[in-house]
Design a protein around this ligand. Structure first.
Ligand code: ARG
Ligand code: ZN
Length: 474
């Protein structure tokens, strides 16, 4: 599923905004030229045109649904899998790519007819027996197996299939999806998921959405998870371990499923207990929670070093503190439901989730958002906080750095002070509502803020998200 008004080059709209434009690299054309073969008559592009991850995603089709059937042997670390993708050709396609890194592909078929394929780095290049005409719905089946492992990101962190002492911690932001399933893995293409995972009896396999069934037979347990809201590939998981499971329905009707590593249970319990009240508090500020299911996976995987806002069921590499729970929960609105169209816009995720932490603290007897802003503003001009603009980190190596999180949140505090509390909250709610289960760009956020406040905000956003260096005292 791609956004209705999908642009050929995602995010070009921002280029038209003078204020922010100055900060935007114009490498897009070069990247598109590099990823779209000149002879592209019937060939789907190898990438979605994102300068930060040029090979992520693919052109020429749009995935509607993934049916992933995985078997994982926790003693050997072997994965045996079949992926069935239901997709729509957006142009005539004689050949197309999927993203898949490592593993061994044993067969590919398109609409049940054997297709030829070859591997080329992270691209699985598929040639169906007959070209697919534009507008045609088709199914691709990929059989594959092997020992999955993580990918190392440009910032040195790892994501993807990360084996643990009792299973695997599976986190895909920004590019780990390709380490365990073939996909159109750019966030532009959201899809629905059915994920069936078979593990040795005694282990639990957790994904997003609701648990459709759980069956044990012959020493193995199969978990069938269904995610029925559009989901970006980086927000999908299949985390496996020895977990204590807790299930309940909240007064608001949300189905909660928490899976907790027993070694983390004591520390996690007091924080997880607050999940319903955190979601209710966020719903009161940001609008209705976008999904039916909720919960958490608390693993013991300290080598990971981060938590992730996996859709409906965030992943924690250890027992989270309350601020982290608030942060990952806020991402359900900002990032998961409203998804970026290019990685450069990452502040729309991290700046917003960080701001949610500030607001939560303010309204629960802690530091106010303005105090958080002031403490950051006190940092000297040479501090990393000012090293680059949140809306233009410059490369995939800087997606998760301080400017994106902290200065991104500072920009929202400036917006709040400038337009007033009521309008500010109306902007956040309208943003979540208008782009629910879809996508949003920085440019659209600026325009919405201007429209609802009746103020010209180009300069504010230029100063706080569009330029490097410490801004003058507001
Ligand atoms: N989005 C995560 C958060 O909530 C951070 C993910 C970091 N991922 C990485 N590969 N470093 O802050
Ligand atoms: Zn975050």
């Amino acid at each position: 599923m791609t956004p209705a008004r999908r642009q050929t080059a995602p995010g070009t709209a921002v280029l038209s905004r003078k204020a922010v434009a100055a900060a935007v690299p114009v490498a897009l054309a070069a990247v598109l030229a590099a990823t779209t073969p000149a002879s592209a008559g019937t060939v789907g592009a190898a990438g979605a045109g994102d300068p930060y991850f040029p090979l992520q995603g693919n052109g020429g089709y749009d995935v509607r649904h993934y049916d992933l059937r995985l078997g994982y042997d926790t003693s050997t670390g072997r994965l045996t899998a079949r992926a069935v993708l239901s997709a729509l050709a957006t142009r005539r396609l004689g050949r197309f790519d999927l993203d898949l890194s490592g593993l061994k592909v044993t067969g590919v078929s398109v609409d049940h007819a054997k297709a030829s394929f070859r591997r080329r780095g992270q691209e699985l290049v598929v040639t169906p027996r007959h070209a697919l005409h534009a507008g045609r719905r088709f199914q691709v089946t990929v059989d594959y197996q092997g020992k999955p492992g993580p990918v190392t990101d440009p910032d040195g962190s790892t994501d993807g299939w990360i084996p643990t002492d009792d299973g695997a911690f599976v986190a895909n932001e920004p590019q780990g999806a390709m380490t365990w399933f073939p996909a159109n893995s750019h966030p532009l293409d959201k899809a629905l998921y059915d994920i069936t995972i078979t593990v040795p009896e005694g282990r639990t396999a957790v994904s997003g959405g609701v648990l459709v069934s759980r069956r044990t037979r012959g020493g193995h347990t199969t978990f069938h998870w269904r995610q029925s809201a559009p989901t970006a590939a980086y927000l999908v998981t299949a985390t496996i371990g020895r977990f204590k499971v807790e299930r309940y329905t909240t007064p608001d009707g949300l189905e909660v499923y928490n899976a907790v590593d027993p070694r983390e249970a004591a520390a996690a319990a007091p924080v997880l207990r607050k999940l319903p009240s955190v979601l209710a508090w966020e719903s009161a500020r940001f609008g209705p929670y976008p999904f039916r299911a909720a919960g958490a996976v608390v693993d013991r995987a300290p080598q990971v070093g981060y938590a992730l806002e996996t859709q409906t069921r965030p992943l924690y590499d250890r027992a989270p503190d309350l601020a982290t729970l608030v942060h990952e929960s806020a991402h359900q609105w900002f990032g998961d439901s409203v998804t970026l169209t290019r990685w450069q816009d990452i502040w729309l995720n991290e700046g917003f989730a960080t701001y949610a932490e500030w607001l939560y603290s303010e309204q629960h007897g802690g530091r106010t958002a303005q105090q958080a802003f002031d403490a950051l503003y006190a940092r000297p001009a040479g501090d990393d906080l000012w090293a680059y603009p949140p809306a233009n980190p410059g490369s995939g190596a800087r997606l998760f750095d301080t400017p994106v999180y902290a200065r991104g949140a500072m920009a929202l505090q400036r917006l709040r002070v400038t337009v007033g509390d009521a309008t500010f909250l109306r902007v956040l709610r309208t943003w979540a509502q208008d782009h629910r289960h879809g996508h949003g760009t920085t440019d659209q956020f600026i325009r919405l803020s201007e429209r609802l406040s009746g103020k010209k905000l180009d300069r504010l956003f230029h100063t706080w998200i569009g330029t490097a260096g410490k801004p003058a005292k507001p």
